[in-house]
Design a protein around this ligand. Sequence first.
Ligand SMILES: [Zn+2]
Length: 538
Amino acid sequence: MCFEVRSRDVLARLGRIKAKSGTIETPILLPVVNPAVQLIPPQTMSKELGCKALMTNAYILLKQKGEEAAVSEVHKLLDFDGVIMTDSGAYQILVYGKVDVSPTEIVQYQEQISTDIATILDIPTSWRTTKEDAKHTVEETLKRAKQLARIKRRDDVLWVAPIQGGRYLDLVGYSAKQVGKLPFDIHALGSPTTIMEQYLFDTLVDMILTAKMNMPPQRPLHLFGAGHPFMFALAVTLGCDIFDSAAYAIYARQERYMTEYGTSRLNELEYFPCSCPICTRNTPIDVKDMPLIEKHEALAKHNLYTSFAELKRVKQAIIEGRLWEYLEARIHTHPTLLQAVKRLKKYKKYMERHSPATKRSGLFFFNGLGLVRPEVVRYKKLFEERYSAPKEAEILVLMPQPSKRPFHVSREVNGLARRLQQEIPEKHTCFHICVYAAPFGVIPLELDEVYPLSQHEIAVPPDLETIEYVAEQVKNYIAASSHNKVFLIEDTVWKDKISALCRRIKRKDLSITVLSVEEALNDKVLNDVVETLQKSVV
Ligand SMILES: [Zn+2]
């Protein structure tokens, strides 16, 4: 096994891939280096930018350097002693329709040039293709993947099997399942380039998660052609481990400046919003006035610095268990990213099953978007499946979330509990006090110290989507519970949504008394309540 996972958050993994030239830490970005033209020499990438791995194209190497590369090996040829991954010419198939090399030749060539991570010559599924054609690309790629075992000679090269199918998700799932049965080290999601150019990130979510749900979970997933830092947080959260970027150089040649939240044109910038060596030493005017090659190199370096920096922030967020919060901050830089995260509703159960149960930090809950995060989904699942109220509890008292956590030490809860104990000492265990709280729903007091029920901060008042979610949880709990007497205390934050929904419960044996917080705090009203309660427990 070449891949070892150190830390997880949501579906993201902080891991290590062991290759013959060294061990690299994931998630990782591999800058794409053209063997013939280099804006930044690989040696500089390694020394100045701390780049540990890069990607180059074996097909272009074969065409341009042929035997020379086979004799001197790719590391010497590129003057780079880190980990090198090679692509096989599939991108050229996508662009030009074909390549003049056979699948066998390119496998043997990658072994000859002693690459660390090699890719079979897959047939990419283009974005506009028909389903019939897409099926062909999947089957042909699978056939070539099966042939690898007969062709390869070396055991120290890691092999990548691309997953094809494009926008046809059933084909993506089939492709992932089939290549996943073969002894490959890494999988790669093929041809999302068009999707990324057109910002179809919600489709990308579908493609990535369909691949993830069908491939062996212990293998790393490479996302081909995803080189812009503004989508790293999203892709890593979904479980992508490796990225490659030709974009750093392509953008630089177009005088485009990458940031973790988008792209700017050099001539629009008055300030560099970055502290990399390029942006610290130069102003935008300095860079504009540089000779062309120097200018492009400077921009390419900045683009890589900013990409590496974003991955470091994402990695630190994984360690701290704050990746979801980081993702929420990042997606508000572009509407299509926000749209992509909304698509996660469809996959919330899968995300819950595959994300860690505990973490070192509490949650920050901002709005309804967070309702799909694993911790919220998990609580709902466990509460519905495993929780039952104490047997002796006859009367349910539901109160809105107090300001202090854990809830059972709050003034509001204590006041009510003490009062019930004082007034009806012989029967105070008949009362089951629960709070309802965003974003979790009903929280029985005896559970309120379980992670993360007391370890979260929310923005108050919750947004409508969250209020409606909590109201639904309260309604479901009351409808399914054995209590037939319920006191529901509601404050204005909940906009009567909880009581309105609860009134719709069709249970003849159920009586719900709704009290406002003012009423619940009012001695006279409370006296009446206590009196009613006393009668009901006699
Ligand atoms: Zn910079």
